[in-house]
Design a protein around this ligand. Structure first.
Ligand code: URA
Length: 235
């Protein structure tokens, strides 16, 4: 990156003004004063100083959605050396997953290096809706679905009312759309265990207004402008 561009991106001054500062001998790269306009700096290795003060690049955060495959853990690193969601994303940024999906759950997981947005998405008071498609054993009847719609007590905790609807049923199992706004460990599995229709397969399809859409399993993409705008609009 050209030195004046680096300075502008670090918020020192406009590019024109930065050029003047370079010509005035006010800018050092590592230990040397540089007066050459267009001098190339390595944004990762070089240190740039203006009037002796270090400049650092102001970087936008990154926001990625991954369709998590089976067998991948939702952490940054794993003590058993299993593959993590972060291993699937090619980036030199220090990103981490927003919340967790079980190792045997697939679907939408967001990754970012934006701590503020992560806190907002995770904070219980925000009640961000998460929607899952669950394949469960057998077909729950109306009374059983109502139990989940009323909310359940699990030990000392209460799981808030869930939205549940049967999308399809087969001879041995059914496909159910489930929306919850909490993120307790194994929440959906515990809910269906409670009504004796254990979850066989689980996939998350949305988090708030962010939808997995047609993203193939194991693939990822950067969020688009609208999606980032939505995340930043969370108060
Ligand atoms: N509920 C679960 O049981 N597992 C998940 O991975 C997510 C929600």
């Amino acid at each position: 990156m050209r030195l004046q561009k680096y300075m502008a991106h670090a918020g020192a001054a406009s590019r024109r003004k930065s050029e003047e500062m370079i010509l005035e001998g006010r800018v050092k790269v590592n230990n040397n004063i540089v007066t050459e306009l267009g001098f190339k700096v390595d944004e990762y290795k070089d240190r740039v100083y203006l009037d002796g003060r270090r400049l650092t690049l102001v970087k936008d955060s990154i926001y990625v959605m991954l369709n998590k495959p089976l067998g991948i853990v939702s952490t940054v690193s794993d003590e058993k050396d299993r593959k993590t969601v972060v291993d699937l994303i090619e980036t030199d940024r220090r990103i981490y997953p927003v919340g967790r999906l079980d190792i045997d759950t697939t679907g939408l997981i967001l990754l970012t290096d934006d701590g503020d947005i992560t806190n907002k998405l995770m904070h219980p008071s925000k009640e961000i809706k998460k929607t899952y498609i669950a394949t469960v054993d057998g077909t729950p009847n109306k009374r059983e679905l109502q139990i989940l719609r009323n909310g359940i007590k699990v030990g000392r905790e209460t799981f808030a009312p869930a939205e549940v609807s049967i999308l399809k049923n087969f001879e041995n199992d059914s496909i159910i759309k489930v929306t919850i706004h909490e993120g307790r460990n194994h929440q959906v599995k515990i809910m269906f265990d409670r009504i004796n229709h254990p979850v066989k397969k689980l996939k998350r399809i949305s988090v708030g207004e962010i939808e997995l859409g047609g993203l193939e399993i194991g693939n990822y993409r950067f969020l688009n402008k609208e999606e980032v705008k939505y995340l930043k609009s969370l108060k």
